[in-house]
Ligand binder design. Structure first.
Ligand SMILES: [Zn+2]
Length: 234
């Protein structure tokens, strides 16, 4: 009896172990197959991601080669005490003959530049190029007297800078190439033909784009969008 029970136990164990091995083998077979597929897929994904990263890195490097980051242009003051002397007409101020801080006043509208005042200075006031550039207009214009327009590249952008109320006889000539800070003229004497009767001051305006626009005042605020406030650059 004992032998019989012992044989049954052994037979049951063998059956169980065999059965378990068979199940394990099946599981291992299944897992292996799935794993292989998963590993294959993972490898494919990894390879693709690496390729995409490599391609985008190459593109970034190419972009950097094509367009280097824009360096901010450090501008030179066009006249001594430039900012301190903008006391009457800043950029965008609305002027009428009645409200103007300058009397008598000939103008009307929104101011397209800044006026730098020198009525109290008898000495010659030198006007300098705010950065390197080229003279594209040099003439006498009604309302300004002598006026220069230079094309400059500022912060990677081409624009025009107008220097108004200069002595027309002492201005640099058209097409001249200038260096940053180079003397381009001197202020005209107030109340004379040099300034077309205006007081001694510099009218400085930054014109967007490369088309000369001599207007010192515009009739609507939206039209001011064609100019920058020069003080935005200082
Ligand atoms: Zn002005």
């Amino acid at each position: 009896m004992l032998v019989f029970v012992g044989m049954l136990v052994i037979a049951g164990y063998i059956f169980f172990v065999d059965d378990e091995n068979e199940i394990n083998t099946k599981l291992i077979t299944n897992i292996n197959t799935e794993d292989i597929i998963n590993i294959a897929n993972t490898n494919t994904l990894n390879t693709s991601e690496t390729d995409v990263n490599e391609v985008s890195n190459v593109n970034n490097e190419l972009d950097e080669t094509k367009e280097p980051p824009v360096e901010e242009t450090v501008l030179i003051e066009p006249v001594n005490e430039f900012k301190e002397r903008i006391t009457k007409k800043p950029f965008g101020i609305y002027i009428t003959p009645a409200n103007s801080p300058v009397q008598p006043e000939n103008f009307n509208g929104y101011h397209t530049g800044v006026d730098v005042e020198y009525e109290d200075v008898d000495d010659v006031v030198i006007v300098r190029a705010v950065t390197a550039g080229k003279v594209i207009s040099a003439k006498w214009v009604s309302g300004y007297g002598g006026v220069l327009v230079l094309r400059h590249e500022i912060n990677g952008e081409e624009l025009l800078v107008l220097y108004g109320h200069l002595d027309p006889d002492l201005m640099i000539t058209i097409n001249a190439e200038v260096l940053a800070g180079q003397q381009i003229g001197v202020l005209g004497e107030g109340g004379t033909n040099e300034t077309d009767g205006e007081r001694k001051h510099l009218h400085l305006s930054f014109i967007k784009g490369t088309e000369v626009n001599l207007r010192g005042y515009v009739s609507s605020e939206s039209e001011l969008n064609a100019w920058y406030d020069p003080l935005d650059f200082y």
